[in-house]
Every structure is written in C-alpha cells, then in structure tokens.
Design a protein around this ligand. Sequence first.
Ligand SMILES: [Zn+2]
Length: 127
Amino acid sequence: MTRIRPSEAPTQPPKRRREFPASVKRAAYERSRGRCEACDVGGLAFNAMQYDHVLADGLGGEPTLENCEALCGPCHQAKTSTRDVPMIAKAIRTGKKWRGEKVSRNPMPGSRRSGWKKGFDGKVTKR
Ligand SMILES: [Zn+2]
C-alpha cells in the first residue's frame, strides 16, 4: 500500500479530476485482454471496462498506464468505496492534525490543554 506523508496530504479534494487519456485506456484494455484485473471475469468490452486509478486521483495518483488498472464495475465500486474514499478522508484528517489546524476535543487529563493543574500539595485547580 502506498503511504502519503502528512506534509504532502491534500487539504481538500482536488478541484479537477485528471481522467486517463484515451491512449492510456486503450493500452490498459489491451494489457487486460478484456478481463477484469482484480477478479478475472472475462469478455468485457472496451466501454464496459472501468479504468481505475491504483493510487487514487484525490491522493495525487497520476493518469498514467502504470497507475491504471482495468476493472469490472463491481470491483471498481468495491475498491472505490472500501479503499480510495476512506484513504482520502484519512489523508485529509491526518494532514489537518499534522499542520495543527485541528486539535483534539478530548485533551489528555492533566495536560495544559485540559484546563486543570495539580499543585505540589495535590490540590487540583483551574488554570
Ligand atoms: Zn472484477
């Protein structure tokens, strides 16, 4: 699995999707020989095939042949909903946390952010 460094994580989904050019789709179709590259179901026509970004477009995946896989509809749907969408959501979430744009709503008890402090006599007071 490809990992995204928090410093490189997107702050929000990209404005424009970068779809595969027709030449890349044709090359991917020829590589697959009409079979889904995930479940191996055969006999798919060029237009019935779906062309998936291996590393999602929203995570900076390039629209190149190396990043393209020819999938059937159900496999594409499954990969998008179980891998790509959660991964993009996590990249945005961890990116915000890493840059300090989001702080925890549940600070560590006794930490400075909790608003309480404990003196040497053991008394707990509000900061
Ligand atoms: Zn499939």
